[in-house]
Design a protein around this ligand. Structure first.
Ligand SMILES: Nc1nc2c(c(=O)[nH]1)N[C@H]1C(S)=C(S)[C@@H](COP(=O)(O)O)O[C@H]1N2
Ligand SMILES: [Mo]
Length: 356
């Protein structure tokens, strides 16, 4: 280590939400770049990182297939490789904005980031086993497990999710072996994780060891008891990322000198390209921001806007994105029991000081 290493200087890379299991969100100043640097991307784990050695690692593809297959890492690496920049947001991001704050990890706004994931297409792996016509879903299971107080069945719960077959077969759904061109870090799912572009993070199962084709919808704990929108007992699964935008500069609480201010941020949606971002510095008049090019069809869109404050004093900055389906961010938060999918317009409060 050198004196300039963050560990020595004490420069924070993430804000830890929980120590065991480690959960941490990116500081907003580390979300200024198109790609979220290694070591800064948020980490969300329900259980401790499982101990998977690359040598003994096996991935089993079974269930409603013509012939079950087992892959080791060499067999996976032998398939055609693909890399893709993907923006991933935790469904619980911005839970802290909800009132009352729902139970669950208290994420502010940093449980989102963009990384280049490299690996193989999930569909190439499934093709090796041959998906039977009666399969409707793919159950993806990670090697991590642990107790859950409110589980319906006794014993430890594994992290497992059901994915609709058409999403599993999409050419951009990857089994990732690398992140930002380097081997996948343990906390991000090494040696193999799923990446489901456009979906909230819970679909992108880490430490994948089993792919089970099923002919009935999956009803596991992380499918039916978590990652569901529970509104007055009516339950819907959390799936694609809702359209959303964030302001990365100026920072919350910034002291700005009176004059034009360059505002910028990101916008993303799991349902299609971003078509429009509007900005307001006063909550009543909105102007169109200028959109930049995203790094891929699954990465966030950069936007900028020149804001000319009319007077000094406190100001509330807001941005509102609209995607190609016409979906737009709500002004008011849609509260739900487990605190998922908060894509409401988020106010950023700044102070504009009169020139002295
Ligand atoms: N096996 C496993 N996969 C998992 C999780 C988990 O707890 N266990 N958490 C999910 C959730 S809720 C999110 S938001 C993403 C976070 O991925 P990251 O830690 O690489 O940012 O992983 C998903 N995959
Ligand atoms: Mo998540």
């Amino acid at each position: 280590m050198t004196a300039s290493d963050p560990a020595v200087t004490g420069a924070p890379m993430r804000r830890s939400i929980k120590a065991f299991p480690y959960n941490a969100e990116t500081r907003l100043e580390s979300l200024e770049t198109t790609l979220t640097p290694p070591g800064r991307h948020y980490v969300r784990s329900n259980f401790a990182v499982p101990d998977l050695s690359p040598e003994s690692y096996r991935l089993v593809v079974a269930g409603a297939v013509h012939a079950a297959v087992t892959f080791d890492l060499a067999a996976l690496r032998a398939l055609p490789s693909h890399a893709l920049a993907v923006t991933m947001e935790c469904a619980g991001n911005d839970r802290l904005g909800m009132r009352p704050v729902p139970a669950g990890e208290p994420w502010a706004s940093g449980a989102v980031g963009t990384a280049v994931w490299g690996g193989v297409r999930l569909r190439d792996v499934l093709a090796a086993a041959g998906v039977r016509a009666d399969a409707c879903e793919l159950v993806v299971t990670g090697a991590d497990r642990g107790p859950r107080d409110d589980a319906r069945t006794p014993g430890d719960v594994s992290f497992a999710r059901g994915l609709p077959l058409e999403v599993a077969m999409h050419e951009d759904t990857l089994l990732a072996l690398s992140m930002h061109g380097a081997p996948l870090p343990a906390e991000h799912g090494a040696p193999v994780r799923l990446i489901v572009p456009g979906w909230y993070g819970m679909a992108s199962v880490k430490w994948v060891t089993s792919l089970q084709l099923v002919s009935e919808p999956f009803t596991g704990y992380f499918q039916r008891d978590r990652y569901v929108y529970d509104v007055a007992g009516e339950v819907r699964p959390v799936t694609r990322m809702l359209v959303k935008s964030m302001i990365t500069a100026p920072a919350e609480g910034a002291d700005l000198t009176f004059g034009p201010v360059e505002v910028h941020g990101w916008a993303w949606s799991g349902s299609g390209p971003i078509e429009r971002v509007e900005f307001s510095g006063d909550g009543t008049s909105w102007q169109d921001a200028t959109l930049g090019e995203p790094a891929s069809a699954h990465a966030w869109t950069p936007w900028t806007c020149l804001w000319r404050p009319e007077h000094a004093g406190r100001a509330v900055l807001q941005s509102r994105a609209t995607d190609a389906t016409g979906a737009t961010q709500p002004d008011a938060i849609v509260w739900n029991r487990l605190g998922y999918g908060n894509n409401a317009v988020r106010p950023v409060v700044v102070d504009v000081c009169a020139a002295s």
